[in-house]
Design a protein around this ligand. Structure first.
Ligand SMILES: [Zn+2]
Length: 209
């Protein structure tokens, strides 16, 4: 996991072919939520987005989609984007090549079963993906990283600091990373409403990736 709130240009050059941000000329922000669907957290996110008529992309873990199919359906039916985040939330640096690819397939399979749709987007858990894994999936998926990390998982940082940094680095075309999962829910619930108000007040549009 990159611990910086924004990704330096040198990093994005090393991993060209992955998506780190969208067009810097349009005043659009791309909200992304990883690791759900999780009851009590994903529903909260959906409500906050709905209140402001905002759209986001959810990188869902296959196992969670299988456990909470209705919640996954609620995400898709609300018009948000969905992306593959592996079935077991695997770290690409530790998983074997074959296991990693089959875990992505298992996630895709559950998307087909539950949501009756496929995803063309993939985000590697922890942002960890080897060159070989990337080469193997890049024709099927747009690999989506981020340029602004909300830091919602970072226990060493106060929610206030987390919110102010996320605002500070948000700009045209930014892809913002949040997590809709149990470990981050406390911070997420504190900062998301304020952050979304900021997005609205600044005049950014939100869009699905
Ligand atoms: Zn994740």
């Amino acid at each position: 996991m990159v611990l910086m709130h924004h990704v330096p240009a040198i990093v994005t050059k090393l991993f060209s072919g992955m998506l780190w941000n969208k067009c810097r000329k349009e005043n659009k922000i791309y909200l992304t939520f990883d690791d759900g669907p999780v009851p009590g957290v994903t529903d909260f996110v959906l409500e906050e987005l709905d209140k402001r008529e905002m759209k986001a992309t959810f990188f869902m873990v296959g196992d969670n989609v299988k456990k909470h199919p209705q919640l996954a359906l609620n995400v898709a039916e609300a018009g948000h984007g969905i992306g593959n985040h592996t079935f077991h939330h695997l770290n690409g640096y530790y998983a074997s090549f074959d296991n990693y690819l089959s875990d992505i397939e298992s996630c895709e399979y559950v998307f087909e079963e539950v949501l009756e749709q496929n995803s063309s987007l993939f985000r590697p858990p922890y942002g960890k993906l080897t060159k070989k894994q990337f080469e193997a999936i890049k024709s099927k998926y747009q690999v989506v990283m981020w340029d602004v990390l909300s830091g919602d998982y970072d226990q060493r940082q106060s929610p206030t600091k987390c919110l102010s940094k996320t605002k500070k680095y948000s700009r045209n075309g930014s892809i913002i990373l949040f997590h809709d999962q149990l470990k981050t829910q406390q911070v997420l619930k504190k900062i998301l409403p304020d952050y979304l108000d900021f997005v609205q007040d600044t005049g950014f549009q939100t869009a699905v990736l």
